[in-house]
Ligand binder design. Structure first.
Ligand SMILES: CC(C)(COP(=O)(O)OP(=O)(O)OC[C@H]1O[C@@H](n2cnc3c(N)ncnc32)[C@H](O)[C@@H]1OP(=O)(O)O)[C@@H](O)C(=O)NCCC(=O)NCCSC(=O)C[C@H](O)C(=O)O
Ligand SMILES: [Mg+2]
Length: 298
């Protein structure tokens, strides 16, 4: 696997395809990506009409911002086993979204089958697959699913935690501190890293409580998530802040970079910096962080 340039996915907002007012807002939002939802945000009676809005939605695809980033457009389709899934997939693929988010994934086969459909329909390689990790079977199979990320032909690019469905299907209590979900969230991060995938945290349903939301973002950052899925525009700024490198981390990264660039440290694998051991792996980490900060203008 070669390292790809950093693509920010700090804030990823679900927008129900059935909600015209919300759809009209997309161009003004400062989130890194939107997920046009055909799945759980859309009532069964509205599913077909929601899918028929895709041409108009993609006709208004946002352009690049001042840093050259375009808000990614991803479509979440209904489970392939459902009556809508296959048609959703073919309809979404036509608009060459940045990603197609598969709901209720259970096994690697679910990803491979969709990849085959996209290949058969000549979808360009730029159309990636994102997978919801929201079923007990997905969690049990997560290592094998993540392994697909190591093969670019699979198109698998990103995992999204579906904590609402996980709580529903397992009976786990979703407490404000998410203590019973944390082991599974960490397992998702680990698997995503093994497969070279991005990993997005699940949604915070209580969208009016921005203090609780900021705490949840801080926890997600500490757990290693790349960003958070959101349900309301009010959550965007806090997510963008939380998943950006902190000032302290950037200061530390610059110190490490400066130290290794000094003549006396040339060729050294390990140095002492302010009483701490610093290795070249820390330099690589620091350079990655600085590149991330540059990409988001932090
Ligand atoms: C939760 C909501 C139903 C709340 O909507 P509403 O009461 O209309 O909120 P506001 O009045 O505060 O909205 C203010 C304005 O912002 C716009 N808005 C609201 N939400 C969005 C959005 N998601 N994207 C874009 N714009 C949005 C409103 O239209 C208002 O605009 P205006 O009137 O012009 O000022 C609603 O926020 C909502 O529907 N959110 C998304 C819900 C959703 O997509 N759910 C499914 C995904 S979550 C999930 O499935 C998790 C996962 O699968 C799991 O298992 O965990
Ligand atoms: Mg779900």
């Amino acid at each position: 696997m070669t390292a790809e340039p950093y693509r920010p996915r700090r804030s990823v907002l679900y927008v129900p395809a059935s909600n015209d007012k919300a759809l009209a807002k997309i161009a003004q939002l400062s989130c890194d990506a939107v997920i046009i939802d055909l799945e759980d945000a859309v009532a069964p009676a509205d599913k077909v009409a929601a899918r028929e809005k895709l041409p108009a939605i993609f006709a208004n695809r946002p352009g690049a911002n001042h840093l050259g980033h375009r808000c990614e457009m991803v479509v979440r389709v209904n489970a392939l086993a459902s009556e809508w899934g296959a048609d959703d997939l073919l309809a979404a693929a036509k608009f060459e979204p940045d990603g197609i988010l598969l709901s209720k994934v259970a096994t690697p086969r679910d990803i491979l089958e969709v990849g085959d459909v996209l290949d058969d329909n000549s979808a360009p390689d730029s159309v990636k697959l994102w997978a919801m990790i929201e079923t007990p079977r997905a969690l049990l199979n997560i290592g094998a699913i993540a392994e697909l990320g190591r093969d670019p032909a699979s198109r698998l690019d990103c995992f999204v935690a579906g904590t609402n469905d996980l709580a529903k299907d397992t009976g786990v209590l979703a407490t404000p501190d998410r203590r019973y979900l944390v082991p599974w969230l960490l397992q998702m991060v680990l698997a995503a890293r093994a497969g070279g995938l991005d990993m997005l945290d699940g949604v915070a349903n209580d969208f009016r409580d921005l203090d609780a939301f900021a705490r949840e973002c801080a926890d997600a950052t500490a757990m290693g998530f790349d960003g958070k899925t959101l349900i309301h525009p009010a959550q965007i700024d806090a997510a963008n802040r939380a998943f950006a490198p902190s000032t302290a981390a950037l200061t530390e990264a610059r110190l490490i970079k400066d130290a290794f660039s000094r003549a006396e440290n040339a060729g050294k694998g390990v140095i002492a910096l302010n009483g701490r051991m610093v290795e070249r792996l820390h330099l690589a980490q620091a350079e990655k962080l600085l590149a991330k900060a540059a990409a988001i203008g932090a």
